[in-house]
Each structure stands twice: as C-alpha cells, then as structure tokens.
Design a protein around this ligand. Structure first.
Ligand code: NI
Length: 388
C-alpha cells in the first residue's frame, strides 16, 4: 500500500517551487507569480479558476456529491531581501527573495490540487484553493480577500507555515492563539522649546517622553495578568538636535503584541490614558496615531482536532509536537476571524540539515523532502472532512 506522502507529485512540486524561488515578487506585485500559478492549474482538469483580488488565484474543485466547502490557503509573496542562500536556484530578481518559504507553500498547495483534482468521485462537497498575495505587508492580502467575499461559502479553512528549525517530517499545532496581534502607534508630543539655560520657560517634550516610556513599560508588568501574553516595545524616540536647546516636539513609535482580544483593547486604552494623563500633567499637547495590524490567528478547537487526526495519518503520533505561541504576526488571522480554521507548522529541516537560518534571513533555506508531508496534509484534511 502506498502512503499518502508517496502519492504526492514530488518532482512537479520541486520544479514549481524552484521556478517560483527564481522569480520572487514583492507583496502586492505578484503579477508573474499569479500567472505562473494559473498556468500550472490549467494543466489539471475539473477546476474553476478565477481571481477575486489583484494577483490572487482561486481554484474551485467540486466533488461529485454536494457537501461542505473547505478552503486551503497558500501565501505567494516574497520579501525585499538580497538572497545569500547557497542554492542552485537563487533569486534572479535582485533584492527580492522567497525568504519566508511562501514559494514552498504555493508548490505544496499546487501538488494537493493536482492530486485532489483526480479524486472528484471521492469528494462530497467543494474544495476552495486560495493562492493569496501580500501576506507580508499590512493590511494583508487575506483581509482584502475576506472583504471580497472569499470566506462567504466556506465552512472551514486550513493553512500551514514551513519552519526551518523543525526536522522534516514533523507537524506542530495547538488550539487557541498561535500568533500575535501586532499593532503599532506613533506619538507626537508637542511641548514648548526654550534655551537649555531656561528650562523654566519650556514645556520639555524629551522629559515628558521619557516619563511616558517609563510608564508604558509598567503596563505589562503591573496591569496584565502573568497568565496573559503581551509585549510593548518602543522602537523609535526622536527629539532635539543639539546640546543647549530644548526642542518643541518629540516623536515616539512602538509596537504592541498580544494574543487575546480583551488584552489587546485594554492595552490600547491604557496607552491612551497614560499619554493623555502625563501630557495634561505637564501642559503639553499630543497627537496619537494607534493602528491595529493583523489580529491573532485563533485555532478553532474542532478544526485543530481534524488537523491532529490528519497528521497522525500522514506522519504518525510520534512526529507531532505542540507548536509554541509566537509573538510574530500572520495574516491568516483574517480568515480565522470570520470562520473556524486551523494553522499548523510544517518541519522544513534543521541546522544539522543545513537549514540553520530562520524565516526572513538572507540565508533562509529549507529541505524539499518536506513537500510530500505538507501536500499530503492538505489532501488528507480534504479526504477526512469531505471523503465518502
Ligand atoms: Ni511567512
């Protein structure tokens, strides 16, 4: 008996992946990438292929009997990085690189389409394959697809991410939050400048900024439960130009990471109150621009049980691990915000396998041996949910 992994079109997946890797395109500019995906899809039968937003490709496969609609998603965009990975198929677009492995996600989903498109008689329901642009840049391609209605007829949605620090053959998952909501803020403090020798005539925006930063750093330690996760980091503080002038203004920028909706809203309110209170105390005014970025990916309990059951068949119980919560962002959250879904981690090789660099590193590299595992998971999920 052949295993599901052995049924995956590995030679094709490697070919597609290497082509995509050679010609990476930045978020919101995946024109040739989308064309290439459409060209590959045209080789398969029984599909309806369309595009719902710029550079997105949606393939619909209807089974022979009616049933639920399950979506499988791959992101397709690359990053503004000059490739330094030691591979024979290095990027030919200078300064652009598939350094997050989205080329591998795309190839594995194409592999799953190829296999499933010959299995219409085994499927009761519909499979929606989503090739999504612009995962890396907010507002993110997922949000735009959701706004265009991609999830309206979908009952459940699944996606994966490749990880270069996990051995090939392993699958990781967890219920609940798997990534963080990532929000950003920009604060402009408006004080009153003066000569450095006459601070009494000033409203010193530097001193006010320092006080604000110190108090923002107390939010996580004093206001957030030790059982919740939150990060507030200040990445920029700009003010003044010389030794003896108190400037008029100061600018502070920071990021907030959380993975609980209430904690997320609470921190925003706390930041606003602290800034307002301290500025009032010193008679300064301010402008605060607080932007919500991607929300946290929330793995539905039932959908995750389905992933666990599929992974037991594809790789076996011993090759599964509980994925850690990360404070990074992922725009798959736009789907899990509106439909039950589950996002899992696919082992892509370890340092011992020459994959010692994390996602977004110029030397990022993965082992292609993991493709049959990822594609096999897509296929197994569909057969488990829609199979007869
Ligand atoms: Ni990524």
């Amino acid at each position: 008996m052949t295993t599901i992994q052995e049924q995956m079109p590995q030679t094709d997946m490697i070919k597609w992946r290497r082509h995509l890797h050679r010609y990476p395109e930045l978020s919101f500019h995946e024109v040739e990438t989308a064309k290439y995906i459409q060209k590959v899809l045209a080789e398969f039968s029984n599909l309806q292929v369309s595009s719902l937003t710029e550079n997105s490709v949606i393939a619909i496969l209807k089974g022979n009997k009616p049933g639920k609609t399950i979506a499988l998603r791959a992101d397709i965009d690359a990053l503004p990085i000059m490739e330094e990975a030691n591979v024979a198929f290095q990027s030919e677009n200078p300064g652009v690189m598939h350094a997050c492995g989205h080329d591998t996600h795309t190839a594995m989903l194409l592999g799953a389409v190829k296999v499933l498109s010959t299995m219409q008689d085994k499927i009761a329901g519909t499979v929606k394959f989503i090739f999504q642009p612009a995962e890396e840049v907010p507002p993110g391609g997922a949000k735009l697809l959701v706004e265009a209605g991609v999830m309206e007829d979908v009952d459940m949605v699944f996606g994966l991410h490749i990880a270069p620090n996990i051995p090939v053959g392993m699958i990781g998952t967890r219920k609940g939050a798997v990534s963080a909501a990532s929000d950003v803020f920009t604060l402009k403090i408006k004080g009153k400048g003066s000569h450095g020798s006459t601070p009494d005539l000033s409203i010193d925006p530097i001193m006010i900024g320092v006080e604000i930063i110190n108090n923002l750093n107390n939010i996580v330690s004093r206001n957030i439960s030790p059982f919740d996760n939150a990060v507030i980091s200040i990445g920029e503080f700009n003010a003044g130009k010389t030794t003896n002038v108190i400037p008029d203004t100061a600018q502070i920028k920071g990021t907030v990471r959380t993975n609980d909706k209430e904690v997320r809203l609470f921190i925003k309110k706390r930041i606003e109150d602290i800034i307002d209170g301290i500025c009032k105390m010193y008679d300064a005014s301010y402008e605060l621009d607080y932007l919500f970025g991607y929300s946290e990916v929330n793995n539905d309990s039932r959908a995750t049980d389905i992933v666990i059951a599929a992974a037991e068949k594809v790789v076996g119980k011993n090759e599964m691990f509980e994925a850690p919560k990360m404070m990074g962002g992922e725009d798959f959250s736009a789907y899990t915000d509106v439909r039950p879904g589950s996002f899992f981690i696919l082992g892509g090789g370890t340092a011992a396998q020459e994959c010692g660099y994390m996602n977004h590193h110029p030397k990022f590299k993965i082992m292609e041996d993991c493709f049959p595992v990822g594609a096999g998971m897509h296929v197994q999920l569909i057969l488990d949910i829609l199979g007869e």
